[in-house]
Design a protein around this ligand. Structure first.
Ligand code: GAL
Length: 354
């Protein structure tokens, strides 16, 4: 079932709609046509008081004035591009730079800040909506007009499937993701440090102080980045490893072992579990992408969220499936180039178990 309502208005008067997708197990996910933002995700662990497992805001203005991308779709390029510079098919490009000298999440006017065209695809079992956006040639400095489509489906297996499609008029870069911050004990419950996590990654991409990859694809063995068996999040966060200091916590791209170039199948890549007296909710993650940024909201201080909640550092954790950061400047990273005659497809699924 899908319920549609008005969430608010953009500064230019454009309407921001909200779609509430509910399956037959009473799991419900609220999605805005602004940035494709996942605003609320209710898990009926307790029928009388469902748990809302994602961080979010209550107004359009809160979303537009914040720079943490809560729940949003990211484009054209998730994560960093060093100095916003890259070359493609013999031409050099300079994108918008919005984080020091670097480009973060597609520049200052990324896909997260756009109102997308929205269509309900299925209003019965497995409720589904489609969001579409046209990005003109040169937008934020990226070449080639790009048509993008994202389909959100809430399945009867309690999975939220996110499928990304795109075509371009000339060779360009495309690296989309979703930037949800999860807290399986509830968005207002405090830190996720006691959650346990597993990530099937034998390697990660270390960075410099500005979170730009050095180019190394490093083994996780004997480092706080070895999360291949269930690990309490406080363990890596408490480490004095230089990379954890650089990131002020976890803010790193993991190279997923399951990646098969060209595969359209979402493989199991990891999970997170909250174990406390009221909860025991877990989330399995599936994707066909080569990388996943794990980010523990390291810079949050009294961020005013939904219902007056005050979000602090480590109150949520993101699992941003993606190509590796700065891939266009590292020829040995899986390529994020989308050719003119190609159809881009990627898929990530988040499955709640409760
Ligand atoms: C993450 C990124 C962080 C931070 C965050 C947005 O994807 O890795 O460093 O910029 O987005 O606040």
């Amino acid at each position: 079932m899908i319920k549609q309502s008005l969430f608010g208005k953009m500064p230019n008067g454009e309407l921001v709609k909200q779609f509430c997708l509910t399956n037959n197990h009473d799991v419900s996910v609220e999605i805005l046509n602004l940035g494709g933002i996942i605003r609320r995700w209710l898990v009926p662990k307790d029928k009388h008081s469902p748990t809302d497992i994602v961080l979010g805001f209550d107004t359009v203005n809160d979303y537009l004035s914040d720079d943490s991308y809560l729940g949003a779709l990211i484009g054209r390029y998730a994560n960093r591009i060093n100095q916003g510079r890259f070359s493609l098919a013999g031409s050099n490009y300079q994108t918008d730079t919005n984080l020091g000298d670097n480009c973060l999440h597609g520049g200052s006017q990324g896909f997260n800040s756009k109102v997308w065209q929205s269509t309900v695809l299925s209003n019965g079992d497995n409720p589904s909506i489609m969001l579409q956006l046209s990005s003109p040639h040169g937008e934020q400095g990226f070449p080639g007009a790009l048509s993008v489509k994202v389909i959100y489906t809430l399945t009867e297996q309690n999975r939220l499937r996110i499928e990304y499609f795109a075509t371009a008029e000339q060779a360009t870069l495309y690296n989309p993701t979703n930037h949800s911050y999860f807290n399986l004990s509830g968005h207002s419950s405090g830190s996720v440090k006691t959650h346990q996590v597993q990530i099937l990654a034998s390697h990660y991409t270390p960075t410099d102080k500005n979170a730009i990859p050095t180019g190394e694809i490093a083994k996780v063995d004997n480092t706080p980045f070895d999360l291949r068996s269930m690990t309490t999040i406080s363990q890596p966060l408490g480490s004095s490893h230089q990379q954890i200091e650089y990131g002020n916590g976890l803010d790193h791209n993991f190279c997923l072992d399951t990646y098969v170039p060209g595969s359209k199948v979402a493989f199991y890549v990891g999970k997170i579990i909250a174990i406390d007296s009221d909860h025991d909710i877990s989330l399995n993650i599936y994707s066909n992408m080569p990388g996943m940024q794990i980010f523990t909201a390291n810079h949050f201080v009294n961020k005013k969220g939904k219902g007056g909640a005050l979000y602090q550092a480590q109150q949520g954790v993101c699992f941003e499936t993606q190509f590796y950061p700065d891939a266009p400047n590292h020829a040995h990273f899986p390529s994020a180039t989308l050719q003119a005659d190609e159809e881009f497809y990627s898929v990530t699924e988040y499955e709640v178990l409760f």
